[in-house]
Design a protein around this ligand. Sequence first.
Ligand code: EZ4
Ligand code: CO
Length: 403
Amino acid sequence: MKITAARVIVCCPGRNFVTLKIETDEGLSGVGDATLNGRELAVVSYLQDHVLPCLIGRDPQQIEDIWQYLYKGAYWRRGPVTMSAIAAVDTALWDIKGKIAGLPLYQLLGGRSRSAVMVYGHATGRDIAETVDEVLRHQAEGYRAIRAQSGVPGLDKVYGVSGSGRMYEPADSHLPAEHDWDSAKYLRHTPRLFEAVRAAAGEEVHLLHDVHHRLTPIEAAQLGRSLEPYRLFWIEDPTPAENQQAFRLIRQHTTTPIAVGEVFNSIWDCKWLIEEQLIDYIRATITHAGGITHLRRIADLADLYQVRTGCHGATDLSPVCMGAALHFDTWVPNFGVQEYMPHSELMLSVFQCDWRFEQGMLYCGEKPGHGVDIDEKLAARYPYQRAYLPVNRLQHDGSLHSW
Ligand code: EZ4
Ligand code: CO
């Protein structure tokens, strides 16, 4: 079998997605997600200009060899652009392999480890009352795990809080918006938020929170400790992870579980944190961390240390990523939870999916491969629109801060 064609499809049905489609001489095709929020076209060029010409004529069944060829063969290893491009190829090839075998992806990986995939939904509000309402709404929809974020009194705009208090979109379709930040205000507010949420939502529901790299290590330690009475499932990205020693400091002060890694792209970003048992959940995704082939290695390493998976699943990951992730989650032994922000109707008309949501769980489909395809004609009606994540500045003097 040979790869005869490969093309990159860029579309914006409400937000930008980059999709790779690979075709073969036997009429089977596969798709992969290559969306890197706010830097989409860099991956498009990486694929079109540098990767796709090397794929034509190769045997699509040799997934491992093609992965190594693209990783070692580039000479320039790792990085989000490279690893997203490799991920897209890898995901498309696993999709093709599933179609060759006539098996859903989770069967190729080793079969079902669980009946369904627990997901967490996003409850966001402009203030505590609105967030509590959103948490209750999610519980009524059956969610067993809910991430809670809210506006902070005295701060104008805060990450993850949309104007309407409902869904937020993690990009703005103009040049980067500027948000303001004050860690002291946030540290005072967040325990009050979770006190109210836990009181309203009861003991059973899993509560999560995303700090989005905004605290220093000692501030993150304070936050973790102040949230202990509310028994969170995790706090995510409490501090930036470039200096990984920071997590040792946090660990010395709090038993609140820690999730890290939505911006990681390689096992080398995770290795030390996992081996030193400084995190509890690894957030790496298929799309940004080298595809199924590489994420499987990360999960296997994590399993040795009882670190569980908690794949990133915001709406900037395309339905292709979500489809593949659900198969991965159905198989992976050390599964923790899967992030789930439902895509819009329009997005789901461009991408056809076969998963279903029921009582806080997602069920992957049984179609061969990962079960997601793209309607290229419809996609062409929604061309790329420039969009960026916001930036964050300290409120009192305008210094640029982590977003
Ligand atoms: O900011 O997906 O946990 N989820 C998140 C997301 C990320 C975006 C970045 O593109 O932090 O909302
Ligand atoms: Co996050």
